[in-house]
Ligand binder design. Structure first.
Ligand SMILES: [Zn+2]
Length: 260
C-alpha cells in the first residue's frame, strides 16, 4: 500500500475525487494546509476521515507565537502530523530566525517541518523564487539536526541542489510531488514524465544515498486544477527505483517520518 505524502485535500469533493481516482492503492494520505488556511476547519474535516492526516501551517506575517500555541495543542491531541511553510510566497528564508520556534516545536513532537521549495504556482505574480530555493534549508538543517525536514517537490527544478542538501544532512528528506501536471495533451505529460525520470536517475547517480531519503507524493489539488494526476507519479517511482527500494519510497519512510 502507498502513502501519498503531499496532497491538498480539504473537502468532501476533493476527498471523493481523489479516492475514486486512486482505486484503493493509497492507504494514508497527507493533506497540506495553506499558510492562509484556518487550522480549525482543516482539523475538523480531517477528523471525519480515518485515512487523511493533516499538516498545519504558519502564516509567518501573523502572530507566530499564537499560531504555535494552537498547533502545539493539535500535536498533543495527535491531530497534527507536521507543519508546512511557504517561503517563496511569504518572503522569508528557511534559515530566518522566525523559523526557529517552528523547528523547535516540530522537533519537540518529532513531526516533520516541510518547506514548499523550488517553483511556485502563483497566478498573482507576487512570489519570489530566491526564498523558495532549497539551498537555504541547509543552514536550518545544520542548526536543528534533530528536526526532520522535508523539501517538497524535490525542489523542482533544483534537483541537484536538493540532493546535495539531502546527502549532507541526515535530517533532511524529499518527495517527488507536483512536477507533472495536467498540460494540454497527454503527449506533454509523457514528455515531462520521461524527463523527470531522467533527471532523477542523474541525481541519484551523483548522490546514491539520497534514494533512501525520497518519498512518493502527488500534490493532488482537485479535478478542476492542473494538479490532478496520480498514475504518472506511481510510474516515475516504478521506473527510477528497484522493486526492493520501492517499499521504502512508497510507504516505509513516510511511516517513519510522519507516524513515529
Ligand atoms: Zn502542494
Amino acid at each position: 500500500m502507498i502513502i501519498d505524502t503531499h496532497t491538498h485535500i480539504y473537502n468532501e469533493k476533493t476527498y471523493h475525487d481523489y479516492f475514486t481516482k486512486t482505486k484503493g492503492r493509497i492507504s494514508k494520505t497527507i493533506a497540506m494546509s495553506s499558510h492562509k488556511g484556518v487550522l480549525e476547519n482543516y482539523l475538523s474535516f480531517a477528523a471525519t476521515k480515518d485515512n487523511l492526516y493533516f499538516i498545519g501551517s504558519v502564516n509567518i506575517e501573523g502572530d507566530i507565537k499564537k499560531q504555535l500555541e494552537s498547533l502545539e495543542k493539535a500535536f498533543q491531541e495527535n491531530k497534527l502530523f507536521g507543519i508546512k511553510l511557504y517561503p517563496g510566497y511569504q518572503y522569508f528564508y528557511p534559515s530566518d530566525e522566525k523559523v526557529y520556534p517552528i523547528a523547535e516545536l516540530c522537533q519537540k513532537y518529532n513531526r516533520p517541518l516541510i518547506f514548499h521549495s523550488g517553483d511556485v504556482w502563483n497566478p498573482e505574480g507576487d512570489a519570489v523564487l530566491k526564498y523558495s530555493h532549497p539551498i537555504y534549508i541547509d543552514e536550518l538543517a545544520v542548526r536543528f539536526p534533530k528536526c526532520k525536514i522535508i523539501i517538497s517537490h524535490f525542489g523542482f527544478p533544483y534537483h541537484l541542489e536538493t540532493a546535495n542538501i539531502l546527502s549532507k544532512n541526515k535530517n533532511v528528506f524529499s518527495e517527488i510531488s507536483g512536477t507533472i501536471d495536467q498540460c494540454d495533451s497527454n503527449k506533454d505529460i509523457e514528455n515531462i514524465q520521461k524527463q523527470y525520470i531522467k533527471d532523477l536517475h542523474r541525481v541519484f547517480a551523483y548522490f546514491p544515498n539520497v534514494k533512501e531519503k525520497t518519498m512518493f507524493g502527488t500534490d493532488y489539488s482537485g479535478e478542476d486544477t492542473p494538479l490532478n494526476l496520480i498514475e504518472p507519479y506511481i510510474e516515475v517511482i516504478e521506473n527510477v527505483f528497484s522493486k526492493k527500494e520501492q517499499q521504502n519510497v512508497f510507504s516505509e519512510l513516510a511511516e517513519k517520518l510522519f507516524f513515529h
